[in-house]
Design a protein around this ligand. Structure first.
Ligand code: SAH
Ligand code: SF4
Length: 346
C-alpha cells in the first residue's frame, strides 16, 4: 500500500483501482497525509493563501437535496446584499490584508447582469483578485464577468456519478454542469471544482472517479467538503454513522494533492465544522488555502448551506487575527501574494 503512495509521489498518477485501495484502507492514512503534506511543501511551499468569502445572497432557484438554501426550504429567511454593501465588504477585506475575494451566492438572477458587472468592476478597481461562485450561467454571462475583471470561478461538480448527481440535484443536468466547467476553462478562468464526500449512495469507486476527473480537466483549485445533513432538507436523516466523512474527505483531498501537486487546495470550512481542528489538520495533509468569512454576522447566520457553521459570532477582523495565529502555530505563513496557480509543466 505504501508503494502506491510512493509511486503517486513520484509520477503524480494513479489508476482507479489504486485510488480505491487507498480510500478503503485506513492503516495507511498517516502515511498518506504526511506524503501529501510533503508534496504540498515541495510544489506550493509553506505559504497559505487567504481568500475573503462574501456570501452575497442566499436566494436560490435550485433545489439541491443536500443544501439548506434549496428553494423548497421555506423556513429559510432570505436576503440579498446590495452592490454597495458587497463593495464595502471587499474594501474592509482589503484593509485587513486580503488579496482575493470569493463572491458566493445561491443560484439566481437576483443580481442583474449589469449589477454583477458593476460589483465585479468595483472589486477589480481595488486591486483584488476575484473568484465567483454563483452557479451555472450562460457562456455570455461568464464572458462578461471575465471581461469586467473576474478571474477565477468555483463550480463544484459535486459528484461525477451522473445518476447520483441528478438524484441530488433534481432539475439540474450533469451535462450542463460539465459544459459550464468546460466553458470556464475555455474562457481562461482559473477553474475551481470539487466534490461532496458522504452523499447517500455515493460509492468509493465514484470518489476515485471524482479525483481522476479533477486530474483530467486539470483543475486549478479543488475544494473537498464532507457532506453535513441539514434539518430542513430531504437528506436530514442521512447520518454519518461512524463519523467517517471527515476522514474520508481528508483522504480524497490528500490523494488529490498527490495527483495535482501544483494546484490550490482549500482546507474547507465544512471540515472545521466536523472537527474543531479540521482546517489545521487539512493544512497538514495537502491543503494550502483558507477562506475566512468576511460577511456581517447577521447575514452569515442566514447563509446556512449546512448546520454548525463556524465563527458565527466573530467579526472579520477577529477571524483574520485568529486564522493568522493558527497558521503560524504550525510554522506556516500567510501569503502576501494573489495566490494564482503557478503551473508546473511535467
Ligand atoms: N450556489 C452555488 C454556490 C453556493 S453552494 C453552487 O451551488 O455552486 C457552495 C457549495 O456548498 C456547493 O458546491 C456544495 O458542495 C456545498 N454544500 C451545499 N450543501 C452542503 C451540505 N449540506 N454539506 C456540505 N457542503 C454543502
Ligand atoms: Fe442553491 Fe448552490 Fe445550495 Fe444548490 S448548493 S441549493 S445551487 S446554493
Amino acid at each position: 500500500m505504501e508503494n502506491i503512495i510512493n509511486k503517486a509521489k513520484l509520477n503524480n498518477n494513479l489508476n482507479k483501482n489504486e485510488i480505491v485501495s487507498l480510500l478503503t484502507n485506513n492503516e495507511i492514512n498517516n502515511y498518506l497525509f504526511s506524503n501529501a503534506d510533503e508534496v504540498r511543501k515541495k510544489f506550493v511551499g509553506d505559504e497559505v493563501h487567504l481568500r475573503a468569502l462574501i456570501e452575497a445572497s442566499n436566494i436560490c432557484k435550485q433545489n439541491c437535496l443536500y443544501c439548506g438554501l434549496r428553494r423548497d426550504n421555506k423556513l429559510q429567511e432570505r436576503y440579498k446584499l446590495s452592490s454597495e454593501k458587497i463593495i464595502d465588504l471587499a474594501k474592509n477585506a482589503k484593509d485587513l490584508g486580503y488579496k482575493t475575494i470569493v463572491l458566493q451566492s445561491g443560484e439566481s438572477n437576483v443580481y442583474s447582469l449589469d449589477e454583477m458587472l458593476y460589483i465585479i468592476t468595483n472589486i477589480n478597481k481595488l486591486d483584488l483578485a476575484l473568484t465567483l461562485s454563483i452557479g451555472e450561467k450562460t457562456k455570455e454571462e461568464y464572458q462578461e464577468y471575465k471581461k469586467a475583471g473576474a478571474n477565477r470561478y468555483l463550480l463544484r461538480i459535486e459528484t461525477t456519478d451522473k445518476i447520483l448527481y441528478e438524484k441530488m440535484n433534481p432539475e439540474m443536468s450533469f451535462e450542463n454542469r460539465l459544459k459550464c466547467l468546460q466553458i470556464l476553462k475555455e474562457l481562461n478562468y482559473e477553474v475551481g471544482t470539487g466534490c461532496l464526500v458522504g452523499l447517500p449512495e455515493q460509492s468509493i469507486e465514484s470518489l476515485a472517479e471524482d479525483i481522476l476527473f479533477f486530474k483530467s480537466i486539470d483543475a486549478d483549485m479543488i475544494g473537498i467538503g464532507p457532506f453535513i445533513p441539514h434539518e430542513n432538507t430531504p437528506l436530514k436523516d442521512i447520518k454519518d454513522k461512524e463519523n467517517k466523512n471527515f476522514e474520508l474527505a481528508l483522504k480524497v483531498m490528500a490523494i488529490t494533492r498527490l495527483l495535482l501537486p501544483d494546484i490550490n487546495i482549500p482546507a474547507t470550512t465544512a471540515m472545521e465544522t466536523l472537527n474543531p481542528n479540521g482546517r489545521l489538520i487539512a493544512l497538514q495533509s495537502g491543503a494550502n488555502v483558507i477562506m475566512p468569512n468576511v460577511t456581517d454576522n447577521e447575514y452569515k447566520k442566514l447563509y446556512e448551506l449546512y448546520p454548525g457553521k463556524i465563527c458565527l459570532n466573530d467579526n472579520a477582523s477577529k477571524c483574520r487575527h485568529c486564522i493568522t495565529n493558527k497558521i503560524e502555530s504550525i510554522n506556516r505563513k500567510v501569503s502576501k501574494s494573489f495566490g494564482y496557480r503557478k503551473k508546473i509543466n511535467f
